[in-house]
Design a protein around this ligand. Structure first.
Ligand code: FAD
Length: 467
């Protein structure tokens, strides 16, 4: 989902590996390893023991964007890689909005992107609509993908890079008692040709990456602890062709107590339908009521539509208390890397997968040495240093602007400001924050305070009315 930035609103500034016999290899189809594929430069020798007679073995549990990207990077870096995914045609419930930088950074082919959104409407509780895409340059857009397409592409690319992709349900793992002894993974292997209930198997590996999403079994296995989560609900609605034209390159975000007390409702365009959804942390039992309200708000534009799929899933609100234990670590939703306020997690999943795998490749000297907890902690440190400010600012933004309808009106009013739009889109699309303009920053700070004062005054008047 679109990342509603950031510091701007509140004046902050931040500048062929062998294949295991049990592996069902996914035959790469049209996927070729991207042209920029490279071996990683190893910076320094380590004191950990050499792996004798083979390369380091790492299992990645879960084949979403986090797992697919981790497995690809590991395999390219000389690690014997196993990617275990329970459902090869999994269609993760998701809005499917990705930032432009993900397309370039992860070499995504344009034909897996359903829509290029250049117009984003932010719609207030009183239905004031502000178009927040006005500052986009001609080549800039928010990508809209179907997750079944994106995830399969990334998994196939991991396979093309040398990862053994296993269709299996991870069940549990035996954690070794001795240093450098293997982790034994227990899983049910499925065979798409024969079908059936699957066959119980085990796999011994040196390290494990948990990329198995919000309900991560790997997280449970290492006692990673829980996180607060939102429940998100989404309906895929096939609307008449003439209505679809409106959403050709346009997405909508609705804010208001009706659609969610602490999140927003959305209408995101897909190839031949729209995804309409909402989420909440604080009022989970009311999620269906919020969904009906979101549909109602968009009713003129989706009139005549037919619901073709209903889906719901948790969205983590913050990282888990523990993200590494021994030679096991977590990435993506399993770790809890979704931004508050915007609910964005696809890019962060892919990026954390890649960062984590790079740390393993480097720490193991391209698979020649055993890794240890310290190597995995290097990934966590880098991750926290890079993204902690983004998470914090979005957290504050949510607290300030999603607390009442008057505050939401103020928020939408501020979105009309071109400077706000530019900074918002720059930080969302590129995951970096462009240097600001001090005079515009000052004007913005004054405007922000003005909007909030108006919002407060309005709230007091409304409170009086309700007494
Ligand atoms: C309704 C909704 C809308 C959203 N909209 C957006 C959006 O528009 N943009 C955005 O950036 N983010 C969005 N998000 C968040 C985004 O979907 C997640 O952050 C992202 O999918 C995380 O990727 P992941 O690879 O970490 O986990 P997942 O995508 O959850 O992938 C986990 C994978 O692990 C597999 N798996 C799980 N358990 C096992 C097991 N035991 N054995 C084997 N395999 C297993 C699953 O089948 C799955 O393929 C949305 C989330 C929801 C719920």
């Amino acid at each position: 989902m679109a990342s509603l930035s950031l510091k701007t609103f509140i004046g902050l500034r931040q500048a062929s590996p062998e294949t295991h016999p049990s592996a069902t290899l996914l035959k790469p189809t049209s996927v070729q390893p991207p042209s920029h594929s490279r071996r990683f430069r190893v910076l320094a020798g380590k004191f950990s023991p050499k792996v004798a007679g083979r390369n380091l073995r790492v299992a990645v549990i879960g084949g979403g964007p986090a797992g697919g990207c981790a497995a690809e990077t590991l395999a390219k870096g000389g690690i014997e890689t196993f990617l275990i995914e329970r459902k090869m045609d999994n269609s993760k419930p998701c809005g499917g909005a990705i930032p432009l930088c993900m397309v370039g950074e992860f070499d995504l082919p344009l034909d897996i992107i359903d829509r290029r959104v250049t117009k984003m409407k932010m719609i207030s509780p009183s239905n004031v609509a502000v178009d927040i895409g006005r500052t986009l340059k001609p080549h800039e857009y928010i990508g809209m993908v179907r997750r079944e397409v994106l995830d399969m592409y990334l998994r196939e690319r991991a396979a093309a890079s040398g990862a053994a992709v296993i269709n299996g349900l991870f069940l549990k793992m035996d954690i070794p008692k001795e240093a450098n002894a293997p982790y034994v993974l227990h899983y049910t292997a499925y065979d798409s040709k024969t079908g059936g209930a699957g066959e119980k198997k085990t796999l011994e590996v040196d390290a494990v990456i948990g990329a198995d999403g919000a309900n991560s079994r790997v997280a449970k296995a290492i006692g990673a602890g829980d996180y607060e989560y939102a429940i998100a609900f989404q309906e895929r609605i096939k609307i008449p062709d003439e209505k679809m034209k409106y959403y050709e390159d346009l997405a909508e975000m609705y804010v208001g107590e009706d659609v969610s007390p602490d999140f927003y409702g959305w209408v995101f365009p897909k190839c031949d339908h729209v995804a309409v959804g909402t989420g909440t942390v604080t009022h989970k039992p009311d999620i269906k009521k919020f969904q009906v309200a979101t549909r109602l708000r968009a009713r003129d534009k989706i009139l005549g539509g037919k619901i073709i799929r209903v889906e719901a899933h948790p969205i983590p609100e913050h990282p888990r208390p523990k993200r590494v234990s021994g030679r096991v670590t977590l990435i993506g939703d399993a770790a809890g890397y979704v931004t508050k306020c915007s609910g964005e997690g696809i890019y962060f999943a892919a990026k954390s997968g890649r960062m984590c795998a790079e740390a393993i490749v480097e720490g193991s000297e391209n698979g020649k040495r055993m890794v240890n907890e310290e190597d995995l902690r290097n990934y966590l440190q880098k991750w926290d240093k890079t993204y902690w400010p983004t998470y914090k600012v979005l957290d504050i933004l949510q607290k300030v602007f999603y607390r009442s309808n008057p505050a939401r009106e103020a928020f939408v009013e501020m979105c009309a400001d071109e400077y706000v739009q530019k900074m918002t889109f720059d930080s969302y699309l590129y995951k970096t924050v462009a240097p600001g303009n001090p005079i515009e920053d000052l004007k913005l700070a004054v405007n922000t305070i003005g909007c909030l004062v108006r919002a407060n005054a309005l709230r007091k008047e409304m409170d009086k009315l309700s007494v």
